[in-house]
Design a protein around this ligand. Sequence first.
Ligand code: 5AD
Ligand code: SF4
Length: 435
Amino acid sequence: MTTPKKLYIKTYGCQMNVYDSERMVEALGGKGYVETKSPDDADMILLNTCHIREKAAEKVYSELGRYKDLKAENPDLKIGVAGCVAQAEGEEIIRRQPMVDLVVGPQSYHRLPAMEDAVRNGTKALDTDFPDDDKFDTLKKRAKAKRGPTAFLTVQEGCDKFCAFCVVPYTRGAEVSRPADRVIREAQELVECGVREITLLGQNVNAYNGHENGLAGLIWALDKVDGLERIRFTTSHPNDMDDALIEAHGTCDKLMPYLHLPVQAGSDRILKAMNRKHTAEAYIRLIEKIRAARPDLLLSGDFIVGFPGETDADFEDTMALIREVHYGQAYSFKYSTRPGTPAAEKPQLPDDVMDARLQSLQALLREQQTHTLDSMVGKEVSVLFEKSGREAGQMIGKSEYLHAVFAEADPSVQGEIRRVRIISANPNSLGGILV
Ligand code: 5AD
Ligand code: SF4
């Protein structure tokens, strides 16, 4: 038997990259690779990258720099860049970092095994196509190994929305949905491996059209999968929240009461400049409708401060929207210029203005998150236990609202859903006791 080769894969960015990395490990498994947790003893290093903001992309080049010595010590070490930086920069990566052997985009990583042959033969391999063949059909079936209780499952990729600040429509391409029957089969296979909760992923997951009744149709089909207890989905666009999906939040027991629905800004002028194609008012009315269907829903969002042209008054509109909506959880970013996007042409705001706005916005969002966590104390929640906590005798899992919950429990609760009474709130988690 030949000794397996070792693959070190480092994942940046969103959950879709986490899913892609798993599939890349599986694809290279067919070439005799097993995953290793350290780059030091690897035969191949793959960086699965993110291009959404400038800092994320720069991190890739500084990380590559750190592998220079490893490559000098071991000339057989192959280094690859995958993901959205690979897609956006292509050959430029090899020009800037000649020690890179392989560059593969998010739509072509099913070709990794052939690319690996090429790099072992000493040639550089570059593939940033948007091929006609479906990568999910070409990829190996998912391994039948035992898995943890939660998993991601990509059902939709790409984006046709073209928000003026965003690189995704360029790096991930047009909106494409996987057929429902394939998604259901993959979900069944995940459940057979121990998965109890599946998060359906897509850059615009609620634009999913691989089922005749859209994402709601897929959720109802997955609702029938025995052994699957929980369904989540992310990320959604407000304009794709159809009535069937809103209704599912009120009627489908397996669909968890958590929704990530980014608005980005609260000023209509800025929303228009961002090409979001909805107003602040329309978003607020939509949230009201969703909360009418599921009153305890925990809402999460994304915000960008300092979009070109944003005035103090525009920023105040964003703050007002946040106060009105109230978020249980949120992500916020300073606007970052992305080459090739329409907003990159516009004059930028000074950094200190953006910094000050981000600070006030994050203070408000933190206040709302703390309030949400505090309000859970005394309530009973359902926790899907995932692993042991830091302290002995402690297990950790997620509530239906996606809060991390710690409780004293036997390790045998792993993979089980238990009722827990919340007794304490921490900045980012909750403590509870089994009931
Ligand atoms: N600058 C800052 N934040 C951005 N996002 C996307 N593009 C940019 C950019 N150019 C944020 C949006 C999006 C999240 C994934 O990243 O808020 O919802
Ligand atoms: Fe980017 Fe907008 Fe598409 Fe989201 S909806 S991926 S922010 S272009």
